[in-house]
Design a protein. Sequence first.
Length: 294
Amino acid sequence: MSRMEDISTPKRTKEIIQRHGFAFKKSLGQNFLIDQNILSKIVGAAELDETKGALEIGPGIGALTQKLAETAGKVTAVEIDQRLIPILKEVLEPYPHIRIVHGDVLKLDLRTLIEAEYAGQSGVSVVANLPYYVTTPIIMKLLEEHLPLENIVVMIQKEVAERMAAAPGGKEYGSLSIAVQYYCEPELVCIVPHTVFIPQPNVDSAVIRLKVRKEPPVAVDDEAFFFDVVQASFAQRRKTISNNLKARFFAKEGREELERLLQEAEILPSRRAETLSLHEFARLSNVLIRAGLK
Ligand code: SAM
């Protein structure tokens, strides 16, 4: 494929933006990348080749889209901002295997989109510099809908990436860590300073790779109830697991029964949720559901 001029150089980005009279919308999380190295790291982490497809969320003016198109066999990019569609069509015109979809990724039927767009590909990954105001809802949608994805490689707020990848025992570990690690193996790829964007965001960022698991690493009787137990356990971080579960699942006089069930799950009532592993949460939710607590 012939090499086109890079969209992401600061000069070219400014030229495109000025020529189209484009004004950034903070409310849509519009911080565009202007650094070749970071773009290459993001694309490299997605392990793409021409047999693979890439689904990009929020292409902006197409800097990452262009890099993806130079590696993947098919790229589909979903952009919410109608003002960017003609710009994307113009700058990405030399790449026939890119399709631009105008829409809100949170409202789209992504399973149908993936099935329709990537029929000829051997695997699909999501690759994106995500809008920070909706990072968690987007990631949770991708995971909870059990979409047929290989990797999710995203630039997100550094603090959110650290929570996703956190191990038990620290203050970053919480229900987001458990949700992400139930579905994926997370790996921090790199920390990114705010100077590589225009306009610059107020926070530092990180690239994280979530390798989507074929099967969760634990067997839970009921997925929704498992996540309910996790949420309830972290309701008040400073409280013990026993007090948090009592507040959510047990009537006034249920303390003894709760402690008996915790013992059955081999969890000390005095522990705090942030010390429990994924395996312990799975054991606990299975014991509670078998005791009829759903
Ligand atoms: N990919 C570009 C880059 O790296 O330079 C732009 C990334 S910018 C952080 C986020 C992009 O997501 C913006 O183009 C914004 O308009 C778009 N966006 C925001 N909310 C969206 C949504 N719900 N669905 C699809 N795109 C969205």
